[in-house]
Write a protein that binds this ligand. Structure first.
Ligand code: SME
Length: 285
């Protein structure tokens, strides 16, 4: 995912948690947040969520709040606002707010275009077949891992079952969460790097954010990171073209590992892979 989007989402999440974790007056802020969610939510009556987000965006532009603009751009993108509709929104905001809105519109169009470029491309592998495959893999894992408690045994077995059944998997394995870095754990494939710093590469970033990351095109990510090698992606095998990384979190919410799959195909992984892999990790760790 683009760094600008990632940083914006990460900061927003981290600082919202900070606001909502304070006991003193947290109740007021929780109500403010709840009212905001209620205001923009889709209900039977009145405007649709999409229309309300468009209104929210115009108001944020007129009031010149860049963070609010980014937030509503994200929601508009999520709710399917088209590019020409967005240009109309920019037009209304500039007419109402005046030319002082132009600098905000520049930043808005940049962020909007980044969002558009992130729109998921369809995976070359059929969604329904993927679903059937993962469902049957889950049945096999259920039988094979009955009563197994050793996490390393579970990791090694999950790798084997997934890799031998899914033909677009190339490198599959776990990185174990240690105090200072991630260390390579059980894997199948070519030589994997031994350590990964938290916050670096796809695995280190997923570990830091405790969120799954899908990379449709590794070469685009390498081009984006330029000379800052390893910041966004760490290359272990230059043949890999796409990647999915899932954080493995235990019952207490502690990160114990990172599960990583690389493919030789562009765009190999999509929401179906993410859904099932997150399910598998939750079920066994
Ligand atoms: N590409 C990963 C490093 C691990 S290898 O893919 C096995 C990353 O950027 O974190």
């Amino acid at each position: 995912m683009n760094r600008m989007i990632e940083e914006f989402r990460e900061d927003r999440k981290r600082l919202n948690e900070k606001i909502l974790s304070k006991n003193h007056r947290a109740a007021i802020m929780k109500r403010v947040y709840a009212m905001d969610t209620f205001t923009y939510s889709d209900r039977q009556e009145g405007l649709s969520a999409k229309e309300k987000e468009m209104l929210g965006l115009v108001s944020s532009m007129v009031l010149r709040c860049d963070d609010c603009i980014k937030y509503h751009l994200e929601k508009c993108f999520e709710l399917g606002v088209a590019d020409d509709e967005m240009m109309d929104i920019f037009g209304v905001a500039n007419v109402v707010g005046g030319t002082i809105v132009i600098p905000h519109t520049r930043r808005a169009i940049e962020y909007w275009e980044i969002l558009l470029s992130e729109r998921p491309k369809p995976s070359p592998f059929d969604k329904e077949q993927k679903e059937l495959l993962y469902q049957s893999i889950m049945v096999s894992l259920d039988a094979i891992l009955q009563g197994i408690t050793n996490p390393i045994s579970k990791m090694a077995t999950i790798n084997e079952v997934l890799k031998s059944n899914i033909n677009y998997y190339y490198w599959v394995g776990f990185y174990l969460a240690e105090e200072k870095h991630l260390s390579v754990g059980p894997y199948q494939g070519t030589h994997g790097c031994l350590f990964i710093e938290y916050g670096k590469g796809v695995c280190g970033r997923a570990a830091q954010q405790k969120q799954s990351i899908l990379v449709d095109d590794i070469s685009a990510l390498n081009a984006e990171q330029g000379s800052q090698k390893g910041d966004l992606h760490i290359s272990c095998d230059p043949r890999c073209k796409s990647e999915i990384v899932i954080p493995v979190i235990d019952q207490e919410g502690k990160l114990i590992a990172i599960f990583d799959v690389d493919s030789l195909h562009l765009n190999a992984f999509d929401a179906v892979d993410q859904l099932f892999l997150e399910k598998i990790m939750k079920l066994y760790f």
